[in-house]
Design a protein around this ligand. Structure first.
Ligand SMILES: [Zn+2]
Length: 208
């Protein structure tokens, strides 16, 4: 049994367990990598839960979006899910290579659904940006566009090769504002440019 009280002088395994809850799927003891709504999931179950949720949203997409109120609700649901998937993606060392690709695919599907909801809300998902690698070997500026944005960051296509941890400067071409970001990961797909996830590190509400 784990103690429910954290003793600061004890070797704090129980504290650690308390701070890092386990997956909410029965009999799964793995560490969590993310939340979907209020439920915590390990990487495998997170991907599975996201796919179930996503299939549900996609299945009822047309009927849900047939009214203004339905569209707003859909955008809100997609937005919350994008935030949570994005937050989980920042823990990508917990995910296997295969799971990372699945997470990126979920972000990609979210982007597709987002693009189908009429754009009436404040934050658009497709934003033209210029990306330039930061650091000693800074690269050429590249004009591209985001696919999904969230409070934490964005995914975008890039023809450049990035490594996890690379810093980039992002300028919004619609507003001129700039932010610094860190590359979380990149998924190479020759034809369309690599899908690249970045985390904004110095601005809140950069996309608002
Ligand atoms: Zn699990």
């Amino acid at each position: 049994m784990l103690s429910s009280v954290c003793d600061p002088f004890a070797l704090s395994e129980s504290c650690e367990v308390r701070l890092a809850p386990r997956c909410s799927v029965p009999n799964c003891e793995r560490k969590i990598a993310g939340f979907l709504l209020a439920a915590a999931y390990c990487p495998t179950h997170f991907v599975a839960a996201c796919n179930v949720k996503m299939n549900g949203l996609a299945k009822h997409f047309r009927t849900s979006c047939s009214t203004e109120a339905g569209q707003r609700k859909m955008r809100a649901e997609l937005g919350q899910m994008a935030d949570q998937v994005y937050a989980a993606s920042l823990w990508c060392e917990l995910f296997s290579g295969y799971e990372r690709i699945r997470v990126l695919e979920i972000l990609e599907r979210l982007g597709l659904l987002f693009s189908k909801v009429r754009r009436s809300e404040r934050i658009a998902n497709v934003i033209d940006v210029q990306v330039v690698k930061d650091g000693p070997a800074s690269g050429q500026p590249e004009n591209t566009r985001t696919e999904v944005v969230s409070r934490h960051g964005a995914t975008l296509r890039s023809s450049q090769n990035f490594r996890r941890g690379d810093f980039v400067n992002i300028q919004r071409l619609d507003m001129g504002s700039t932010a610094r970001a860190r590359v979380v990961w990149q998924y190479q797909r020759a034809a369309e440019g690599a899908l690249t996830a970045v985390e904004i590190i110095n601005k809140l509400d950069f996309w608002a």
